[in-house]
Design a protein around this ligand. Structure first.
Ligand code: PGA
Length: 258
């Protein structure tokens, strides 16, 4: 049975000015330092404007840093974009790619997401690749088909458990306060792991996170779902107490396993 270290990631999205961002990161770092060994891996993904100051605030703590997106090119005439080497340069270990807000607001196709994930790998970052169906797609019974298409389209060559994490984030559960049920999450995660295995990826070792209205009061149930190896939290990652409570929900659970 493969053992996978639980990962709890916080996506701050477009939130936080410098003073509040540093205070949030410093408090998360302080609480993380006090955690026992074998605790979940803790990842914070602040807006790009705060990455440098957050890096300082978490220095010396077990908290790791990630970007919320990266461009597919390493450098060039791309006004407003941020490349994977830029993230790595600031101490990031991860880059989220393919978040539904990027797919939606910025019309990012899975092909684009795949190029971004490859760029992350090229820069030595782990790609945290998000996939998930919309509400109407679920209602139409298309969840499995959408997950399969997004996964197939978004995974670059050379995916390993060390360089890639998948986040299953049903779009209808993001920011709505309505998380997917344990049964829905279990079914989607099992499908994703089967699809990964079918590609010859080291599926048993790859981590698959759940995201979508993860809160302190549902984290324990969601993290305990078979095949769930952690959580990607948005809103709840903006309060240190809530975010750490989600990490703590993963504390006494096994390292992720089926
Ligand atoms: P939420 O966001 O926790 O606010 O629903 C999750 C996400 O978008 O990753």
């Amino acid at each position: 049975m493969a053992e996978r270290r639980v990962l709890v990631a916080g996506n701050w999205k477009m939130n936080g000015l410098s003073a509040a961002g540093v205070a949030l990161a410093a408090e998360i770092a302080r609480r993380a330092k006090a955690m026992p060994s074998g605790s979940p891996e803790i990842l914070v993904c602040p807006p790009a404007t705060l990455i440098a100051v957050v890096a300082e605030a978490i220095a010396g703590s077990p908290v790791v840093l990630g970007g919320q997106d990266c461009h597919a090119e390493p450098a060039g005439a791309r006004t407003g974009d941020i490349s994977a080497p830029m993230l790595a340069d600031l101490g990031c270990r991860y880059a989220i790619v393919g978040h539904s807000e990027r797919r939606g607001d910025h019309f990012e196709t899975s092909e684009r997401v795949r190029a971004k994930a490859a760029a992350a790998h090229q820069a030595g970052l782990s790609a945290l690749i998000c996939i998930g169906e919309t509400g109407p797609e679920r209602v139409a019974g298309r969840t499995g088909e959408v997950i399969a298409a997004q996964l197939a389209g978004s995974l670059p060559a050379g995916v390993t458990a060390a360089n890639t994490v998948i986040a299953y984030e049903p779009v209808w559960a993001i920011g709505t306060g309505r998380n997917a049920s344990a049964a829905e999450v279990a079914e989607a995660h099992a499908l994703i792991r089967r699809l990964l295995a079918g590609r010859g990826a080291d599926a048993g070792a790859m981590r698959i996170l759940y995201g979508g209205s993860v809160k302190p009061d549902n984290a324990r149930e969601l993290l305990a779902v078979p095949g769930v190896d952690g959580a990607l939290a948005g809103g709840a990652s903006l309060q240190a107490g809530d975010f750490i409570a989600i990490v703590e929900a993963g504390l006494d659970l096994r390292p992720g396993s089926d």
